[in-house]
Ligand binder design. Sequence first.
Ligand SMILES: NC(=O)c1ccc[n+]([C@@H]2O[C@H](COP(=O)([O-])OP(=O)(O)OC[C@H]3O[C@@H](n4cnc5c(N)ncnc54)[C@H](O)[C@@H]3O)[C@@H](O)[C@H]2O)c1
Ligand SMILES: O=P(O)(O)OC[C@H](O)CO
Length: 345
Amino acid sequence: MAKVAVLGAGSWGTALSIVLADNNHDVRLWTHRQDQAEIINTTHKNEKYLEIMIPEKIRAYYDLQEAIQDVSAIVIVVPTKAIRDVCQQLNEILHHNATIIHASKGIEPETLKRVSEMISEEMDHYNYDDIVVLSGPSHAEEVGKRQPTTVTVSSLNDINAEIAQDLFINEAFRVYTSPDVVGVELGGALKNIIALGAGISDGLGYGDNAKAALITRGLAEIARLGTSLGANPLTFLGLPGVGDLIVTCTSVHSRNWRAGNLLGKGKKLDQVLDQMGMVVEGVRTAKAAHQFASQQQIEMPITNGIYKILFDEAKPKDVVDQLMNRTKREEMDDIATLLTERYSQ
Ligand SMILES: NC(=O)c1ccc[n+]([C@@H]2O[C@H](COP(=O)([O-])OP(=O)(O)OC[C@H]3O[C@@H](n4cnc5c(N)ncnc54)[C@H](O)[C@@H]3O)[C@@H](O)[C@H]2O)c1
Ligand SMILES: O=P(O)(O)OC[C@H](O)CO
């Protein structure tokens, strides 16, 4: 049994706490809202985020120092926007060695940093290769009900990935390892942009053909950007790539899909984000990916179209028309070529 702190008491932090508690770990769920900690400890519910009972042995904490006392692992699950703030607080008070695992999915606009890069920048005693990422097709609503789920953990130091695998794995939550930190993080972050697109497509009334096209051509864009940053293209055919694209683009649980759906139905971004009340990571990540693709001249027409809908008030229908009427081209110049280049040497 390990002592584990989970930082971030939203949907995913709560669901991951349940997995850890089911594995008999001593789980401390930290929230930056005192009222929420009190409600969780008295009612054993976190109703805004998950409609299930939380095991009584999970304790919620408002005091970060108390939450991390003597823990052997810290799981960071706040929105990407809050990662630096939380890690700065942690850096001030963490004076013992603990495995740092993060389960957030996003890229920071302007710096274009992945979450593990942000964490290691903010934590004085941790290098980039110390940090573990946990990602894959995993909606909190289903994990909380112990429905079968598979994820991938990755760290440059494979001992840390194995520590994370051992902490989380159980009969309902199967955890694989991967050495490709860049691919695992980028797959999880970039699929959120495509999920916004899938929601927009459904909101416009388009069908399964359009969604299949978005998933497949979106995967090509993810692989193009990912490999340019050093990811293994095969990673995008696994759980953090295709797996997460499928779950996020086809599920009503997905906040990114739901936000896209409202945009497709004609709502403005501000209205949509107000209505959601939960993090929609694809919005900031679309900004980051658009910026990176422009700087590096990487072809990402779907991402750029979604960026225009989000930030330039482009009409969703016009963007779809533009995507469908691009210059004709051969299909297999993406993952197939990237794989051929990689494995033909
Ligand atoms: N919900 C899922 O099914 C799921 C699955 C996999 C990954 N994720 C990822 O996990 C991350 C968190 O998502 P979520 O679904 O839990 O979001 P959420 O919107 O459900 O909850 C976010 C939580 O973070 C807290 N928070 C916000 N700013 C904070 C700060 N500065 N300090 C401390 N806490 C802060 C909020 O109070 C809230 O409790 C995201 O990056 C998301 O992409 C979510
Ligand atoms: O609800 P979403 O769109 O943030 O997606 C949650 C997870 O990333 C699905 O794997």
